[in-house]
Design a protein around this ligand. Structure first.
Ligand SMILES: Nc1nc2c(ncn2[C@@H]2O[C@H](COP(=O)(O)OP(=O)(O)OP(=O)(O)O)[C@@H](O)[C@H]2O)c(=O)[nH]1
Ligand SMILES: [Mg+2]
Length: 367
């Protein structure tokens, strides 16, 4: 295994070479190779980061219906916000790196329980191991929603720097996995199919990126809007695709003009101050919305529908509902009956893979 520092040096070297390489027909192959190599080294780094320093307060067990992580530079107000959102006291102070561990709090909102993690502030080059950034980012990877917290006075710069760290840590926010499918085969070479002719990375780029991953025989389908970077992402099974939201804090310290400017730059951001309670209520609501929770009601066989719904994420299946009800239910599962939006007809009989929808009623039949 290559050691951390060597990987950094190697990545930097390849990145410099990539920056130097003029893009044209003749170099496409080489660019594909470089990008694939960089991605592979990054993956190695992430793997090492998640392995190191286990049991130092960075492994918080998952409870509640979903997990959000507060990510930001030091002193932007992450700990202050978690206290306001969840009532959990996390030390706050006017100096940087007040928080040194992962502090979990629980936000109860509209019947859902959201675990919110306060994290140590990260600094530039966190993904390369500066500070405890690598570990912080590996905790972020375990969350469902990433809350990027920015200081209103320097939001633009912070945002750019944080997004770079997030990307380098193998996290993709508000994106779906690229529209690329790769079916490996034992012979026949590489066959490239395009959803739209002439769209997507060049054949040379694709061939050389695949070769770098040891793929010599495969059917590859490339979607219309797939960029070179997307294609490299598609080869990377370690990437996580999470929901992201931007929170801009300390708006009590900026002028109306500055606020207007920020609202233009970050149209989807939530603007808050710990001194403006109504902004914190809005933050709770926006955070809750980001999870896209659905409510599913259980009904015992021949019994009444339970009043308390199960809170699941959008796209959840019967399997996830079972897991939520009881650990052993999955083992003894036979089938389920569903009434409501996801059912073709009332009381439809379904299996574990059936996708549930908000407002469904479900009866699980177990052995
Ligand atoms: N004016 C103003 N100050 C705030 C606001 N939110 C937090 N602060 C102050 O900013 C300082 C840093 O806040 P923290 O909550 O400790 O920041 P943090 O992001 O947790 O910092 P680290 O743990 O070091 O990463 C404290 O002095 C807070 O009182 C706000 O909305 N307005
Ligand atoms: Mg803190």
């Amino acid at each position: 295994m290559i050691k951390g520092v060597d990987i950094d040096a190697k990545i930097r070297e390849l990145e410099e070479e990539l920056a130097r390489t003029q893009k044209n027909k003749a170099t496409e192959k080489h660019i594909g190779l470089l990008m694939a190599k960089i991605a592979k080294l990054r993956r190695e780094k992430i793997k090492q980061a998640s392995k190191s320093k286990k049991g130092h307060g960075f492994n918080v067990s998952r409870t509640g219906d979903g997990r959000a992580a507060l990510l930001g530079f030091p002193s932007v107000g992450k700990s202050s916000l978690i206290s306001k959102l969840t009532g959990k006291e996390s030390k706050t102070a006017g100096y940087a790196f007040t928080t040194l561990d992962v502090i979990p709090g629980m936000l109860h909102y509209k019947g859902a329980k959201i675990q919110v993690l306060d994290l140590p502030g990260i600094i530039t080059e966190a993904s390369k191991g500066k500070g405890r950034g690598k570990e912080v980012l590996s905790v972020v990877r375990t969350s469902d929603v990433v809350v990027i917290v920015l200081d209103a006075e320097k939001a633009e710069k912070e945002y750019q720097a944080l997004m770079k760290e997030v990307e380098n840590a193998g996290i993709r926010l508000n994106k779906s996995p690229p529209d690329v499918s790769i079916s490996k085969k034992s012979k026949g070479g590489i066959n490239i199919y395009r959803r739209k002719r002439g769209k997507g990375p060049s054949d040379d780029f694709i061939l050389s990126a695949l070769r770098e991953h040891g793929i010599l025989n495969a059917d590859v389908v490339v979607g219309e809007n797939v960029t070179e970077k997307d294609f490299i992402d598609a080869l990377d099974p370690s990437l996580v695709y999470l929901k992201g939201m931007v929170v801009i804090n300390k708006i009590d310290l900026i002028s109306q003009e500055r606020l207007k400017e920020l609202q233009k730059l970050f149209p989807d951001a939530v603007f808050v101050s710990i001194y403006y309670p109504e902004t914190l209520e809005r933050l709770k609501e926006k955070l809750y919305d980001a999870f896209e929770f659905i409510r599913v009601y259980t009904k015992p066989w021949r019994g009444e529908v339970e009043k308390e719904p199960l809170i699941l994420r959008k796209g959840a299946t019967v399997k996830e509902a079972c897991e939520k009800i009881h650990r052993d239910l999955l083992k003894n599962f036979r089938y389920a009956l569903v009434w409501g939006p996801s059912a073709k007809h009332p009381g439809q009989r379904v299996g574990l893979e059936h996708k549930l929808e908000d407002g469904d009623i479900i009866t699980i039949i177990a052995r």
